[in-house]
Design a protein around this ligand. Sequence first.
Ligand code: NAD
Length: 494
Amino acid sequence: MEKKVVDDARRAFASGRSRSLLYRRQQLRALLRLIKERQSDIASALKRDINRSELDTQMFELIGIENDIRLAEGKLSDWTAPQPVEKTLLTMMDDVYVKAEPLGVVLIIGVWNYPWSLTLQPLVGAIAAGNAAVMKPSEVSINSSALLKELLPQYLDTEMYPVVTGGVPETQELLKQRFDHIFFTGNSVVGKVVMEAATRHLTPVTLELGGKSPCYVDGDCDLAVACRRITWGKFSNCGQTCIAPDYILCHPNTQHRVIEEFRQTLLEFYGEDPKNSPDFGRIINQHHFDRVLALMEGCTVAAGGQSDRSQCYIAPTILKDVLPHARVMQEEIFGPVLPIVTVSDVGEAIRFINERPKPLALYIFSSNKKVVKKMLNETTSGGVLVNDVIVHYTVSALPFGGVGNSGMGRYHGKHTFDQLSHHRACLVKSLALEGLNRARYPPLTRAGLRKALFFLRHRLWSPHQAVRAWAILSSLLALGLLIALLVVLLSESY
Ligand code: NAD
């Protein structure tokens, strides 16, 4: 079955219809209609999957897709236009440019925590780039997955963008097929399985993985503001966000102040009993509920800690004085539990971060420019935010993706288009001026070689440099004319 779906998608791609910009725009507009017209169906599927409120669905799931669609539709002509590049003396008479071309058939494997945005945002880039795409939503978010399978064919070209539902066996069957790119979001263990399968066909991969994203809180900053922003980023979607702050690093003297601020903010956000708050979600299933609860064993609870397995409910929980070797510090938490690990200073925080796998996101809260600069210069991560969390995800101009263990490749906005395009090097010459080429043909002579190297070595101005030079030249010319005019006027008045 999976083979037939991929073969059909390849046939649809081979028909050439996805190369037309008109077609791509039509498909993008149809996708926009889907998320607008079926917003309440999507919200109710998410309510059933993960107890997500309808308002959160708009903010966390749909607005990113909408923004990416509008951007791609508006910029498609620019993105697909040939991009002229710097020429050499040898190529000064030629057309030298880079042209973004479709790759072919892309496999998009999605995950359950944001089942719409994490499958449809890559799809936007796949459509914009002119590819066919096979969608494989996560079986864990079962209602969203079934709804996607039902809705997508009602709006998009069914052959070009088929949906395959199912679990591990179906995904593994898909991975046996040949794709031109695999875009995977999920954990790093499965990321390795995907990459191994991709090597069989030399298929390039984008791996959007997870890991532990640290959050350093400097004692000198406005802790009330810092803790409010952290609380929002950590406990939205019940902590099941790949870039949620995973743990706090702060000085022991800061820890008790931070805990007090967290308590206040949790009360303000979710009330006395977060279980009754419409803004607080649930753990996706009992398997993950048991996993998150087990991570807390042996730790000191500073706030929260209550749970109810029948509802997959774990209260927003703060753990204090957590030791680096505690179980909760050994794997990504992916739940509403926030451990605090104390460090003596920023230097120790940096060492702590650098001794561990490269994170997907790093958060720094400080009003001290030197501390911020030191952190930025001496650490690495997929993305970094100073004095806020998560919101870099919403900036489509910023590439979103991991580094090292947190993934490879990047997307959002034009980055998705670039990721799912082949950037073809194009050099278009005429058959004239053959005399210039003689120096490179055998039999080679020293004089010929000198001439050939001269032509190969020298670059001409890039289009940008030429534009800048032209702007400077015209300003100087205008200034010269102005001065001449003034001189004439002044001499006439005397
Ligand atoms: P999951 O169980 O939904 O799995 C993701 C996909 O992998 C699914 O489509 C599933 O069918 C497939 N899959 C699972 N096991 C497989 C196997 N053995 N072989 C082939 N395919 C398989 O999701 P999960 O793994 O629980 O996801 C959570 C992880 O995803 C966390 O680590 C989180 O940080 C990460 N994540 C990353 C991002 C990002 O943008 N970087 C976003 C969301 C989640």
